[in-house]
Design a protein around this ligand. Structure first.
Ligand SMILES: N[C@@H](CCC(=O)N[C@@H](CS)C(=O)NCC(=O)O)C(=O)O
Length: 188
């Protein structure tokens, strides 16, 4: 998202484990998880909130639809943060809500979530409409992660959506930065 925004920024990488649960980091994110950003005096945690915040903080990057036209933008951003994330994580651990309790579960069941995701990304456009937006940074990350670790099915619509995103200059730059950081950390 920061590469999409195109402003300069400084990255601090935290090790998993004690560094992420230190008092100083818990003061930034009480969840003891990354990512978190600081912009001036403002701290934002939760990846989708970071995407939405940066899109608003740097409007010249054109990463959010106009205020009156954000129905799909909010819808799919929150869908990915809630139902999609929960469905993928539960499935990764072999968990599924009992059929007779699906009505009590925000995501219902995994197949319904996949069908909704497919509907959001099919058709050659982006989740908030024709133009790429911050919602694609977040929804796209889930699709990439899910495909890479075989947590979602390799449906043509998912693969086509991800190929539209991974060829973006910002995505290429971000991937190179991640790879370099992983290399420095000895993570390959
Ligand atoms: N809901 C959070 C999830 C963040 C998250 O799960 N971060 C993981 C890495 S991807 C983490 O920091 N794990 C380390 C830990 O919990 O100790 C978000 O959207 O930012």
């Amino acid at each position: 998202m920061l590469e999409e925004v195109g402003v300069s920024y400084r990255t601090e990488i935290l090790e998993y484990g004690p560094a992420m649960k230190s008092e100083s980091y818990l003061a930034i994110n009480p969840m003891g998880k990354v990512p978190a950003i600081r912009h001036g005096e403002t701290v934002v945690t939760e990846a989708p909130a970071i995407c939405a915040y940066l899109a608003d903080a740097f409007p010249d990057a054109g990463l959010a639809p106009p205020a009156g036209d954000r129905g799909a933008y909010y819808r799919w951003l929150f869908f990915a943060a809630g139902p999609l994330e929960a469905a993928i994580t539960n499935r990764a651990f072999g968990l599924a809500p009992p059929e007779d309790k699906e009505a009590m579960v925000g995501y219902g069941n995994f197949p319904t979530v996949m069908a909704a995701l497919e509907r959001a990304v099919e058709g050659g456009g982006h989740v908030a409409g024709k133009d790429f937006s911050a919602a694609d940074v977040y929804v796209g990350s889930h699709v990439f992660w899910g495909l890479q670790f075989e947590l979602i099915e390799k449906r043509p619509a998912f693969e086509a959506y991800w190929s539209r995103l991974e060829t973006r200059d910002a995505c290429r730059r971000a991937t190179a930065l991640d790879d370099a950081a992983a290399g420095e950390a000895g993570g390959g």
